[in-house]
Design a protein around this ligand. Structure first.
Ligand SMILES: *Cc1c(COP(=O)(O)O)cnc(C)c1O
Length: 562
């Protein structure tokens, strides 16, 4: 067994479009992190759950209503079963676990194994066998059982697989916090004592790293203490209310905060917001990125190979994109746009025109992301397209199966299509996944994001767009506060919010969005193409070269791991 010193735990990891074990940004970030870790030969191993039925396959009916279907995927075709077995206790029952392995190979041939935990074994009770079936499916109780498997089962599995030299356990979001309880137990056993002393806690803290990913309240798991005791039984840590947070609850975020020696948010602003939310803790920030080699389209990869050899191994060198001739940037972009549009036109009969300025918006249909902000004044949008220049809009995104508001949001957008015709063509593409994400971020002309600040901890799809020379028009929140240089890498929606005191609201943000489109972006696109292409190459050179997981991983190595 090759020596591994870092274990990376994540409830979701998105590695490939055929392995549906992710729901959105968190999982894709995890996959990109592991890929860059492999490129940089960081001695890591990763743990997640199998999610045999995936998150879900999204079907939209003729009314734009979302229906969820379990994803059918053949695990054996992509993952390798390991012979080891471990068990966790759930409500006093032994639940047996196995692991499936997937190797992520870096550009230099270095491999990071990812282990997918699976409870679907004959020895287990019927209900337990389904515990690793559905990502974010089921109720609170189901979720807690899954977190026992991820955190506690994951630690035991690593040990059984022979990873005995792990020095750092990285909890990618609080779903993995229970691993800290297992580490407490291991420390107690090693010290041959049964009392959790400060020394024991400090020894565990030394091993743990925690990344928090969202200011959204629902993103912080909390479980009632009686449920926790029922599932876990008696654990000495459950008596230490200071570790677990408050009022008869186990708060996974506090558990991780209390037992980690390094904690970070995922962009500078998100670090600030997290420090306000958790004032008693020292919280750093490491801004997210994306894996450049994965998200650059084939056409830009060819162009970069010609002008910036070695860009995959050295993402900083993408700064030299400023030397690529404008016409080649444009031709490359048009190849990808053409591909995307022929596919969409074939699938949907949308009649998209590649010469028309096309806006893209794709992300989870969570309310705070305000996917319909752009559509808040359809009359205005139509007359703008008539006067300033034509527009097309592409949408995609899934709502969580229990999120009625999210589903209504999708339906509103879907139905806006009729009202926008004939001036503006809008297409809502179903089943947003890694493949569609890659095609959309590279194939539209401008990437739009409209979260309600400060809820967008980072956001990463705009980074994928930047790598492909697609500038963003976005609210100044998350990564865009760091990435936006007005009219050079893209455009800010309402850039005055930070300084002035007028309360922001949806109407004001929509107004700013429309102004930027009508006065800056549309005229630039149609009447000053040379400048528009300059914005494209600056997106690559300034943002693609920085907002990648290679830079991010180097920061984790220096600040968090060693
Ligand atoms: C990149 C990506 C996301 C995350 O995008 P955000 O901008 O952070 O919301 C979600 N889903 C898919 C399929 C993606 O490719």
């Amino acid at each position: 067994m090759e020596e591994r010193r870092i274990a990376y735990f994540s409830m979701e990891i998105g590695l490939d479009v055929v392995i549906p074990t992710y729901s959105g940004g968190l999982g894709i970030l995890a996959g990109d992190t592991i890929r860059s870790g492999a490129d940089l030969k960081v001695p890591m191993v990763a743990v997640t759950l199998l999610h045999r039925k995936g998150y879900f396959f999204q079907r939209l009916d003729e009314n734009g209503w979302q229906h969820e279907e379990p994803v059918d995927w053949v695990v054996e075709d992509f993952l390798q079963e390991m012979p080891e077995r471990v068990a966790v206790q759930i409500e006093g029952r032994q639940v047996q676990l196995r692991a499936w392995k997937y190797d992520v190979t870096g550009y230099g041939g270095f491999i990071i194994p990812v282990y997918f935990l699976d409870a679907n074994l004959e020895d287990n009770a019927e209900w337990d066998r389904a515990l690793t079936h559905r990502l974010y499916g089921g109720d609170l109780y189901y979720r807690l059982c899954q977190e026992v498997i991820l955190g506690i089962g994951g630690c035991r599995m690593l040990k059984a697989l022979g990873y005995t030299e792990i020095e750092r356990f990285h909890m990618n979001e609080g779903h993995a916090s229970l691993l800290a309880l297992e580490l407490l137990d291991m420390q107690l056993a090693q010290d041959q004592q049964d009392k959790i002393t400060d020394e024991v806690i400090n020894a565990v803290r030394e091993k743990c790293v925690f990344t928090t990913h969202t200011p959204v309240e629902a993103g912080h798991d909390k479980f009632p203490m009686d449920m926790v005791r029922k599932v876990l039984g008696d654990h000495p840590a459950l008596e230490l209310s200071g570790l677990l947070c408050c009022d008869g609850e186990l708060n996974m975020t506090y558990l991780a905060l209390n037992l980690s020696h390094y904690v970070n948010g995922v962009a500078k602003k998100h670090g600030e917001v997290s420090r306000l939310m958790f004032a008693d803790y020292i919280i750093d920030s490491i801004t997210n990125g994306v894996h450049a080699g994965t998200w650059v389209s084939w056409a830009f990869a060819e162009l970069f190979d010609k002008y910036i050899p070695g860009w995959r191994e050295d993402n900083f060198s993408l700064r030299y994109a400023l030397n690529i001739p404008n016409n080649e940037i444009w031709d490359t972009h048009m190849k990808i746009k053409q591909n995307l549009f022929s596919w969409i036109n074939r699938e949907t009969n949308a009649g998209l025109d590649i010469d028309v300025l096309t806006l893209g918006f794709a992300r989870r249909a969570a309310s705070y992301k305000r996917a319909d902000l752009m559509l808040s004044d359809i009359g205005r949008l139509k007359s703008m397209a008539g006067e300033a220049g034509a527009l097309q809009i592409l949408y995609a995104g899934k709502a969580h199966p229990n999120d009625q508001k999210g589903k209504e949001l999708i339906q509103r957008i879907y139905k806006a299509r009729e009202a926008l015709l004939p001036e503006i063509k809008l297409v809502y593409l179903p089943n947003y996944d890694i493949k569609l994400g890659k095609m959309l971020t590279a194939g539209v002309d401008v990437w739009v994001n409209t979260p309600k600040p400060p809820m967008e901890a980072s956001g990463t799809s705009g980074m994928k767009a930047a790598l492909n020379g697609v500038p963003s028009l976005s609210i100044l929140d998350g990564w865009w506060i760091e990435g936006c240089i007005e009219h050079i890498t893209g455009w800010a929606i309402d850039e005055h919010t930070q300084a002035d005191l007028t309360p922001r609201d949806d109407a004001r943000d929509a107004e700013s969005l429309y102004q930027k489109l009508a006065e800056k972006i549309i005229p630039l696109y149609y009447h000053d193409r040379r400048h528009f292409i300059n914005v494209m190459s600056h997106s690559i050179a300034l943002n693609g070269s920085f907002f990648n997981t290679q830079r991010m991983m180097q920061q984790y190595v220096l600040k968090a791991y060693f």
